[in-house]
Design a protein around this ligand. Structure first.
Ligand code: PGA
Length: 257
């Protein structure tokens, strides 16, 4: 983390979990235990049906709300899809784009990710752009090249004044939902490489402003070590964001001096 130059953001990704009543129960449980003096920004990315209620439910404890994906176009005959403007009007501030599960199960590519990033930015949402390598790619030794490619594609034609506000989440596929976390060194190394890619493209000022998160089995136990890396500015948290007490422990780790 480096709070002098950029925000630390702890974001939960609920995926396809929690109904409206479960969202209310989560809010009741987390409210009394949310840390008070806060350094980090806290976000919960929730299923689209819960966005509007969640904005209201989590307002008191200063948790901003995000969506988990959006469509790249602003309207049209795309049954089942939602636009960035719909998400924004529901009250969300963030949207996750290009999560590996979207890439894997819904055929999202680096090109659609770029279009969605533009849709989010034009609408005034902050995109949380996910990148990450598979185990095979790591073992082949192409992690850095792949991540650089993914970041460059995602940010293609994004103006510097917008690039400085995006969030990038480095999520190695082999660490997501597996309980197998990247070591702090591995996470720090790739997050640093991401910042270098941004620096080459946009210069030092933009590069040092961008929040780069780590995601993949981040939990109450390993958060502090991961967040101690200078280029790891927060986390994108799946499983541990479903339990208020665990999520709060990660927020506390991010709040340390
Ligand atoms: P996990 O998920 O924390 O359950 O590994 C992270 C993510 O998919 O964003």
């Amino acid at each position: 983390m480096n709070r002098r130059y950029r925000k630390t953001i702890i974001a939960g990704n609920w995926k396809m979990n929690n109904t409206l009543s479960q969202t209310k129960a989560f809010a009741e449980e987390i409210k009394p235990i949310m840390p008070k003096g806060k350094w980090c920004n806290v976000v919960l990315c929730v299923p689209a049906t819960n966005i509007q209620a969640a904005v209201r439910l989590f307002k008191d404890c200063h948790i901003a709300i995000g969506a988990e994906t959006c469509h790249e176009l602003d309207h049209g005959a795309y049954t089942g899809e939602i636009t960035a403007a719909m998400i924004k009007e529901a009250g969300a501030k963030y949207v996750i784009i290009g999560h590996s599960e979207r890439r894997q199960y819904y055929n999202e590519t680096d090109f659609t990710v770029n279009k969605k990033v533009h849709a989010a930015i034009e609408t005034g949402l902050i995109p949380i752009i996910c990148v990450g390598e598979s185990l095979e790619q790591r073992e082949l030794g192409v992690t850095m090249e792949l991540i650089a490619y993914q970041v460059k594609c995602a940010l293609a034609n994004v103006a510097p004044e917008n690039a400085r506000h995006v969030v990038i989440a480095y999520e190695p596929l082999w660490a997501i939902g597996t309980g197998k976390t990247a070591t702090a060194e591995q996470a720090g190394e790739v997050c640093q490489a991401i910042r270098t890619v941004i620096r080459k493209q946009y210069g030092a000022h933009v590069a040092r402003s961008v929040t780069i998160q780590y995601g993949g089995s981040m939990n109450a136990k390993n958060a502090e070590e991961l967040l101690a890396q200078p280029d790891v500015d927060g986390g994108l948290i799946g499983g541990a964001a479903l339990k208020p007490a665990d999520f709060v422990k990660i927020i506390e780790a991010a709040n340390q001096e």
